[in-house]
Design a protein around this ligand. Structure first.
Ligand code: GUN
Ligand code: FE
Length: 431
């Protein structure tokens, strides 16, 4: 098959093209769930012959094989409410999100939806995600159980919230602390799974709850933290009225030591300069969620600022505020967000954010994100010509950059031919 990945971490957008690796008619050798070699086909066949290997070969001659997509922000218990009409963030939460999430107290329902959710990720070529559950610990047990059966690399956590939501979704800081610690003991660093502390956002968090989060984080230096930051103007005003002692939204998290490596902040649309500096100085990460930001009318993410501040960044679908599980469609929307700000998002940059950049945002770039020998064998086999229009347009594309740009702009789940997790085929398109 034909292989494409980005070979190294980029300091600026302009560096990425030079790190792009394209191997036409190449061959990749896997040993179980590990990539052992990538190169041209003749050389691969020689290695196999020299080592007396008779191993099964999959032929993907018309296909494009890339690293599995990494979704750095998504809510699994919002799958069934995707595409909810008419509201911006705060009303959307009250009218659609909270009633939906309340259903996840039912473990059987959570199990059924976990199956569906993981299938959606794989159908779209996403092999790693950083996922919100609901406040119910059983929601996360259900999700991790499905991911563990596939040996997926997945990070998730139960939402923590103790105010400004319906009573059925609230907990005390003490309960939150107990349930979270029990989940960490069960799942953190189990197989390829990791736990993420998940205070929903500032308006649903009391200072006492944030203090509990701080203490748990202190006890587990390699734990993740995921939350929302500066998504919507009304949300930001609300945060300022709830926490008048703090000058800015991010100050509330930072005050409780909830910034730093492995802390992933979704959105970051209306940051003040001091907040950009704080994210940068603490080595925090950002999840850029273009379909969600457009769908809820939240705002336009400033990619240029993120590069200038050298902040780790990944792509997020943010389903169910986001409108697709598909990373190609998400990249197409990211390009349009760029256009509205005169930022030119190249296909190389877009695929970087969705693969190696996302891995770096999650501090997993030693394990996933590209095809370097020793990395985990999570990959997607794309069919770049899944539709007549795509075939026509591809026939009129000259460079690799143009072909990839057409793929991300016109692409969707029809382009996902196969998905491999841990070296195994976990999704196969029907035809
Ligand atoms: N802010 C707090 N909770 C949520 C959520 O579920 N989705 C989005 N997009 N923003 C949030
Ligand atoms: Fe979100």
């Amino acid at each position: 098959g034909n292989f494409f990945d980005i070979c190294g971490i980029a300091e600026q957008a302009a560096d990425i093209e030079g790190k792009a690796r394209y191997i036409e008619n190449g061959m990749m050798l896997l040993n179980g769930g590990t990539i052992v070699w990538l190169g041209n086909r003749e050389e691969g066949e020689r290695i196999l012959a020299d080592n007396d290997c008779t191993i099964p070969l999959d032929d993907y001659s018309e296909k494009l094989i890339i690293p599995g997509f990494i979704d750095t922000h998504i809510h699994y218990p919002q799958t069934e409410m995707i595409a909810a009409f008419g509201e911006q963030l705060l009303e959307w939460l009250d009218n659609y999100t909270f009633p939906t999430e309340a259903q996840y107290h039912d473990i059987e329902y959570a199990q059924k939806m976990s199956q569906f959710f993981i299938q959606q990720l794989l159908t779209n070529g996403t092999t790693t995600a950083l996922v919100f559950g609901t406040v119910h610990p059983q929601s996360v047990d259900a999700l991790f159980t499905v991911a563990a059966a596939l040996n997926m690399r997945l990070i998730a956590g139960k939402v923590m919230m103790d105010k400004h939501a319906p009573a059925a979704l609230l907990e005390t800081p003490e309960q939150s602390d107990r349930d979270t610690r029990a989940l960490i003991a069960r799942w953190h660093n189990h197989q390829r799974l990791s736990y993420a502390l998940t205070p929903r956002f500032v308006p649903t968090s009391s200072p006492e709850l944030l203090e509990k989060v701080r203490l748990i984080k202190q006890d587990y230096p390699d734990i993740y933290l995921q939350t929302h930051l500066s998504e919507n103007r009304e949300e930001i005003s609300w945060v300022k009225s709830l926490y008048p002692q703090h000058e800015r939204y991010l100050d509330v998290y930072h005050h409780h030591e909830l910034t730093g490596s492995r802390c992933v902040f979704a959105h970051c649309l209306h940051l003040e300069q001091e907040e950009w500096d704080c994210l940068s100085d603490t080595d925090s990460s950002i999840a850029f969620c273009p379909t969600s930001n457009l769908f809820l009318g939240s705002g336009l993410f400033d990619l240029k600022a993120a590069w200038q501040k050298k902040i780790r960044l990944g792509m997020g679908t943010d389903v169910g505020a986001g409108t697709t599980f598909n990373m190609l469609q998400t990249l197409a929307e990211a390009y349009k967000v760029g256009q509205l700000q005169h930022y030119r998002l190249s296909a190389f940059e877009a695929f970087y954010h969705a693969t190696l950049g996302g891995a770096r945002a999650l501090h997993l770039d030693d394990k996933i994100g590209n095809f370097d020998a020793g990395k985990e064998a999570d990959l997607v086999v794309l069919d770049p010509g899944a539709t007549a229009l795509q075939q026509l347009r591809a026939a009129n594309s000259k460079t690799l950059a143009e072909k990839l740009f057409v793929l991300m702009t016109l692409g969707d789940d029809r382009n996902i031919y196969r998905t491999l997790v841990d070296g195994n085929v976990v999704y196969q398109r029907d035809n």
